[in-house]
Design a protein around this ligand. Structure first.
Ligand SMILES: NC(=O)c1ccc[n+]([C@@H]2O[C@H](COP(=O)([O-])OP(=O)(O)OC[C@H]3O[C@@H](n4cnc5c(N)ncnc54)[C@H](OP(=O)(O)O)[C@@H]3O)[C@@H](O)[C@H]2O)c1
Length: 275
């Protein structure tokens, strides 16, 4: 793991760590926070993406870490310990066209680690760091709205539908939603905010790559900028589980009202692919 932490506590700008911040939604959120004056750190496994960020956005601090290796993840967290931060976003994710291609062992292992196990490892570390930070600073961090420390995770609308034939992707995102909800309840006494984002399709390179370069046929697909706007609004409004776009939210909540056998029949091959 290469640690390029430079000058991170030089100024008093709030600090955000984005795990999975080297591309897609995570990178868009990183650039948005930078524009708002935050000190930004991003984590990813691709040396190429990190090199691009270092040359295009030199003020962003980059960390190389392969989250599929728990030892690397632990080393990353050890290196980050003691560096104060106010917000952490877990945007790392792994997805494949599971219903089209048979889920092989490698994809299964990767999806479980990145979408669930590393997420829990990071949230567990981040919540204890924030608690420690609060203890150490007598007046704590300023508790006004907006300055409150926060933990955010990017799940998926696929995880909001409860049915047995869901894909591993949908099930791991469902577990992420439930885990975030437990952290939210646990961190209320510390005034630490936890928000989970369950979005529909977002037109990122990763989604396009999965769809032969063009994802525009995906229902209700939104731009990355629209997703950033929704996510920032959900954080500002402290929404426990932000489900968007609205059209997809209506559809999924209607589906959840259906009797389970009907739902299983309708979804047999379809909606769990909604990233
Ligand atoms: N795009 C959508 O339609 C959509 C919809 C709903 C939810 N989501 C969720 O949003 C998140 C971001 O998706 P995206 O479309 O923006 O995809 P993306 O560009 O591939 O972003 C995934 C991020 O996770 C990082 N990552 C992946 N594997 C990693 C590993 N082994 N170790 C460290 N970092 C790793 C990637 O960095 P490296 O490549 O550098 O490793 C990248 O920064 C995912 O959790 C996804 O499930 C996406």
């Amino acid at each position: 793991m290469k640690n390029l932490a430079k000058g991170i506590t030089k100024n008093h700008a709030p600090h955000i760590i984005i795990v999975g911040g080297t591309s897609g939604i995570g990178l868009a959120l990183a650039l948005h926070h930078q524009m708002l004056g935050w000190q930004v750190s991003v984590v990813g496994s691709s040396a190429v993406k990190i090199a691009d960020i270092n040359s295009l956005h030199p003020a962003i601090v980059t960390y190389v870490c392969d989250l599929t290796d728990p030892n690397q993840t632990q080393t990353l967290l050890d290196n980050l310990s003691g560096i104060p931060f106010q917000r952490l976003i877990y945007s790392a994710g792994s997805y494949t066209n599971e219903r089209i291609h048979h889920l092989n062992q490698a994809d299964s292992d990767q999806m479980l680690v990145i979408n669930l196990q590393a997420f829990e490892q990071v949230f567990r570390w981040a919540s204890s760091q924030l608690k420690q930070q609060l203890k150490q600073s007598c007046q704590a961090l300023d508790m006004t709205k907006g300055d409150r420390p926060s933990l955010i995770c990017i799940a998926s609308i696929a995880g909001t539908i409860d049915y047995p034939y869901a894909s591993l992707y949908a099930k791991s995102k469902r577990a992420m939603i439930a885990t975030a909800s437990a952290y939210r309840a646990a961190l209320i006494p510390y005034n630490i905010q936890v928000n989970c984002i369950a979005s529909g399709y977002i037109n990122t390179q990763a989604l396009r790559d999965l769809n032969d370069g063009d994802a525009s046929h995906k229902p209700f697909i939104m731009s990355t900028q629209a997703a950033v706007d929704h996510i920032m609004q959900a954080i500002d409004d402290n929404i426990e589980l932000a489900i968007f776009p609205r059209s997809m939210r209506y559809i999924t909540s209607a589906l959840n009202y259906l009797p389970k056998p009907v739902l299983n029949w309708i979804l047999g091959s379809k909606l769990d692919k909604a990233k």
